[in-house]
Design a protein around this ligand. Structure first.
Ligand code: 6PG
Length: 466
């Protein structure tokens, strides 16, 4: 290639970066890679991805305005690469961060680089290493004019659904990374529900892993169809030759943190996401394996004896469906509030359309939401098409949670989502007592209706006791 003729530079040729570079090159965009690790550069060349001799050499060979995609671990590595690359850039150049960066870091980096008229775009990229190679879902944040410079290329490498690329512009600065963070919060919630479904089928219904795999495959033909159900059916069918692979896997669940960021931000925004919180708590509790072992031993390792049987797979399917839909609703509610608070420009339907394929949470349910949320301005729970579905399926969730609880099987995700529905379904909650308590000891006052002024009560005055 002659000088300055490469379309895009890739910094970071690990599994995700190299697969994304290969995907981009396969769509006839001239890619030039750089990675400080000689081994990564060797591997890239094996896959016909040319590599520069240095980060400056890479920048010098890119057509203007330069487009550089960082595929490096979130945190300091991103700042270090920016510092190393910035001296060689010119006004109008574009740096894209394709990692799982924290959205507030993306805002900071965007403002820092804007001082030199360099565009910093946060790309939420979902689909794992397979998706990176075959077509991920991409959520774009940053300067809209800069997006126009990269849109065609990103649309080419993104997954698509019915001919529409699973990529969209979510808004300024960190909008893309923010939407990816919510994607991951929903992902955690869905994964927890599937873990609980397999747990209750094995422990309450006496299913083998193979029975579970067959059932999940059946579910994958209907309204529960999706990537996570697909891989879960596959996982449940896998063995090491002697034992099911699941019996070889230690039960401490890791988390790189993106799901927890979503839950922390929900608290900041005042948005209840109990199905996501429960999933994070279960990953945390799983980490206390020594304490769990000690308590289990002291309880003779027995789960309470199963008193009842016959949940029935119809009820389990309804439980999984309604719990999953409620997790999506919590995530979309958080997106709705964040868009107002942070000035992002996505619509809920736009986000749902981006998630219809390529990403980890892609599912029939997302495609249903992409249609039903088209013009949603209220809380997603108040969209009739959604609440109707939940009203029909919630009996399954209630039945399964009740029976499992009576049999000593803890279903935190399903329980939390049932609680979310039940709480939102009540016009009157017992939180009036909390207002009375706050006024009693703190004199914080209370209202008698939504628009009445604060008042108080002479709690210590004995005359007022009835
Ligand atoms: C995706 C996944 C991915 C995920 C990592 C780490 O959309 O491709 O969400 O980005 O974040 O696999 O997952 P944990 O947060 O569970 O460690």
């Amino acid at each position: 290639m002659d000088k300055s003729s490469y379309k895009i530079g890739f910094v970071g040729l690990g599994v995700m970066g190299l697969n994304l570079a290969r995907n981009t090159a396969s769509h006839n965009f001239a890619v030039l890679g750089w990675d400080p690790q000689e081994e990564q550069r060797r591997l890239a060349k094996e896959h016909h991805i040319p590599c520069a001799d240095s980060i400056q050499d890479m920048v010098d060979q890119l057509e203007s305005p330069r487009k550089i995609l960082l595929m490096v671990p979130a945190g300091n590595p991103v700042d270090q690469v920016i510092q190393s690359i910035k001296p060689f850039l010119e006004a109008g150049d574009i740096i894209m961060d394709g990692g799982n960066s924290f959205f507030k870091d993306t805002n900071r980096r965007s403002q820092l680089l804007a001082a030199d008229d360099i565009h910093f775009m946060g790309l939420g990229i979902s689909g794992g290493h397979k998706g990176a190679l075959e077509g991920p879902a991409i959520m774009v944040g940053g300067n809209k004019e800069a997006y126009a410079e990269i849109q065609l290329m990103l649309e080419a490498l993104a997954a698509s659904y019915e001919g529409t690329p699973c990529i969209d512009y979510m808004g300024k600065d960190s909008a893309g990374h923010y939407v990816k963070m919510i994607h991951n919060g929903i992902e955690y919630g869905l994964m927890q529900i599937l873990a609980e479904a397999y747990d209750l089928l094995v422990h309450l219904e006496g299913y083998t892993y193979k029975n579970c795999a067959d059932l999940f495959q059946e579910w994958n033909k209907g309204r529960l169809q999706g990537y996570l159900v697909t891989i879960t059916a596959d996982i449940l069918a896998k063995s090491t030759g002697k034992n099911p692979i699941l019996d070889e896997i230690f039960d401490v669940a890791g988390q790189k943190g993106t799901g927890s960021w979503a839950a922390q931000n929900a608290l900041e925004l005042g948005v209840p996401v109990p199905g996501i919180d429960a999933a994070i708590h279960m990953r945390q509790i799983s980490g206390y394996w020594k304490e769990r072992q000690a308590l289990s031993d002291s309880l003779d390792g027995n789960m309470p004896a199963r008193q009842e049987s016959g949940i029935g797979v119809e009820m389990v399917e309804k439980a999984v469906y309604s719990a999953m839909l409620l997790v999506f609703i919590q995530g979309f509610h958080q997106l709705q509030v964040a868009s107002k608070d942070y000035g992002y420009s996505y619509s809920l339907s736009q986000v749902a359309k981006t998630w219809r394929n390529g990403c980890i949470i892609n599912a029939q349910m997302v495609r249903f939401l992409a249609e039903t949320l088209e013009s949603a301005t209220t809380h997603p729970l108040l969209v009739p098409a959604i609440s109707d579905q939940l009203e029909l399926a919630i009996e399954g969730l209630r039945f399964v949670v009740s029976l499992a609880t009576r049999n000593g099987l803890y279903l935190p995700g399903m329980s939390a989502n049932l609680g979310y529905w039940d709480a939102f379904s009540r016009a009157k909650l017992p939180t009036n007592l909390i207002q009375a308590q706050r006024d009693y000891f703190g004199g914080h006052g209370y209202q008698t209706s939504a628009d009445s002024p604060l008042t108080s009560y002479p709690w210590e005055d004995n005359e007022t006791s009835s």
